[in-house]
Design a binder for this molecule. Structure first.
Ligand SMILES: *Cc1c(COP(=O)(O)O)cnc(C)c1O
Length: 237
């Protein structure tokens, strides 16, 4: 992370991501306006987030409820906030009126709590189902063969709209293997599009991070979650 806000450096990094996204879209015959970059701003302070918004970031991605609450008032109005990390049911109430989309729904229990809190606010929360496509049972996410079932249950929850799927690739170097997971996600996404459940409209595929977002574009991602590539390496101290 920068010692102080280095606007020029930040702008260059953002412009580079934009250029890479554009090139990947051209390579894969996709339209630029179906691919959206989320600036993953975890550990990034509000002044840097605000500068990035000035340069063009339209969606912020955060993975911790506490951090959203801490920074929320200091960030300018305008961008969407997406919760991309694991969400505990007892924390839903704190962010329900602050975030525009929750990427990490992987159980009916969490979906029901989101529905309940959204109902209290008189709103409908957009969510994605997080899928454990790489079969990393130790991690969060629902096994692929259980997604359809969950969608069936969620169709009863009128204060939720499932807009798609989310996937976090494992930390491996093998690009072909990562590509195969992305492809499996796209296949699942397409097959679920044919469902006509209430409160389900498959529009978004959230996959691809700094190391693999171009691959993700080639395989059909619509939401890219890019942190390091925009804001630099994270400092957790
Ligand atoms: C941190 C994080 C990212 C961004 O990671 P980078 O490698 O820094 O781009 C994307 N998705 C999730 C869920 C994250 O927690």
């Amino acid at each position: 992370m920068f010692d102080a806000l280095d606007r020029e450096h930040l702008k260059n990094k953002w412009d580079q991501v934009q250029a890479n996204v554009k090139a990947a879209c051209e390579r894969s015959g996709r339209s630029l306006d179906e691919v959206h970059v989320i600036g993953v701003s975890k550990t990034v302070e509000a002044d840097v987030m605000n500068a990035s918004i000035e340069f063009g970031v339209k969606i912020l991605g955060e993975n911790r409820v506490q951090e959203i609450l801490r920074k929320y008032e200091d960030v300018v109005d305008g961008p969407q906030w997406h919760l991309i990390g694991h969400l505990q049911t007892n924390k839903v109430k704190y962010i329900i009126d602050r975030v525009d989309m929750i990427h990490s729904v992987d159980s009916i229990k969490l979906a029901k709590e989101i529905n309940k809190q959204a109902a209290k606010q008189g709103k409908k929360m957009k969510v994605l189902i997080q899928v454990d496509m790489a079969n990393e049972a130790s991690k969060f996410g629902l096994p692929a063969d259980q997604v359809r079932d969950l969608l069936g249950q969620v169709s009863e929850l009128d204060h939720i709209e499932v807009e798609g799927l989310m996937f976090i690739a494992p930390f491996i170097q093998d690009q072909d293997l990562i590509r195969s997971y992305f492809r499996a996600m796209k296949d699942l996404f397409e097959s679920l599009k044919t469902l006509t459940y209430d409160n389900v409209s498959m529009k978004h595929l959230s996959m691809g991070m700094t190391n693999d977002y171009e691959l993700a574009i080639e395989e059909g991602a619509t939401l890219l979650r890019v942190g390091t590539g925009i804001y630099g390496p994270r400092d957790y101290t």
